[in-house]
Design a protein around this ligand. Sequence first.
Ligand code: HEC
Length: 134
Amino acid sequence: MPQSVRSVLAGCLLLTGLSAGPVLAEEPDAALVAEGEALFDRVCRRCHAGAADVEERVGYGPTLIGVVGREAGSVEGFDYSEALEQSGIVWTEGALAAWMADNDHMLPGTKMRHVGVEDPTEQKAIIAYLKATE
Ligand code: HEC
């Protein structure tokens, strides 16, 4: 390989290496979490506690702190609908996205009113925020 090609290649590798570095790897996440928090505030928080407000605000819905990966209906002391308690749902990211989009269709008989967050980007942001509250 001629020297010039080799140094161009090396330059490319160096650039790729730099752009895959910590700055770009972490920043979108922080932005996504912030976006998710704003969405959560707007669409979910009037019924669900998130992050630090869990003690003061045990609301109309169960707390969603740590909900990712949790079994449905497992917040102690919350009076769930029978439908949710017996659903056998595990709150994977996919299940959460489907729930936000169309919860009452996914689980007829749930006490949670339809919220209709159908945009996958918004779902992803809210899930990123929920994961960050664990
Ligand atoms: C109008 C009030 C209300 C709003 C707004 C609301 N929820 Fe709910 N949510 C509830 C109630 C009540 C339940 C319990 C449902 C049941 O027992 O059937 C629930 C249950 C859930 C559960 C199941 C939790 C568990 O412990 O199994 C998840 C997940 C959830 N909501 C996510 C969300 C998200 C995400 C948003 C915002 C996009 C949202 N909810 C908006 C009232 C609400």
